[in-house]
Write a protein that binds this ligand. Sequence first.
Ligand code: CP
Length: 314
Amino acid sequence: MSALSVKHLLGIKYLQPEDIQTLFETADNFKEVLSRPIKKVPSLRDITIANLFFENSTRTRISFELAEKRLSADVVNFSASSSSVKKGETLIDTVNNILAMKVDMVVMRHPSPGAPVFLSRHIDATIVNAGDGTHEHPTQALLDAYSIRERVGRIKGLKVAIFGDIMHSRVALSNIFCLQKLGAEVMVCGPPTLIPKDIHLLGVEVSYNVREALHWCDVANVLRIQLERQDIKYFASLREYSMYFGINRQLLDSLKKEVVIMHPGPINRGVEITSDVADSKQSIILQQVENGVAIRMAVLYLLAGRRTADVKAV
Ligand code: CP
């Protein structure tokens, strides 16, 4: 198995296309492990991993913890809401105190863009970004692309449209980088107020018309409206958003072709997507969640291998 070109997973923008292929091939092996009656391998038996979540999460937190346990790592979990962060402790102090207990890898979700990059410059553990503010969510993009590859059989040459709140989405940015590195064309579609005005500079198509974007794409990745990150009103009401930008059955049936439907979760049913679409055979939403464990096992396994090689080289 090839080594990754990076020591940390801070964002998709730092990866080479070959890194992503290596991650996918490693995830293929771990998917096979996860289909066995005993879903556990001893690969990370000597590694201790801290999951530091300074922001809410269901899928990513559980998925990382499962991936770590399937690899036989020792795992400690930290949640900011029940920690001494509430008493004013800084990020560096919190992490250094955890590292003093001999932690090798840190999986971190943080509301501030750049927090994982900052940490990687100040501490001696391997850092995995589990989502930093509106910046990147690299393991989500990897599992999204992996799930497209699994459903369609390829990524190169596909047209993928990302719908919704692009402005506040770390999933959108990581998906754009990942899909482009793998040779897909990407379009973003949503209300003009929720699409950054210079986003075309990233080489993506831009549409403000859902029907037009659905006609264009092979795969539709539907994002949630991130109300918790919005300080002003970007559209009149959720009802109006749903009418003009929601993905529903009637719209899909009018296309006369089958578009693959994705969503990173959590879903706001009836706002950006209706239940009959989210739960249909066109949707690979639960396959995305399932693949997340194999992808995160691949990330941790390959980064741990890189860490061990670096330690031996010193
Ligand atoms: N997709 C995703 O990041 O979900 P969580 O916020 O529940 O982890």
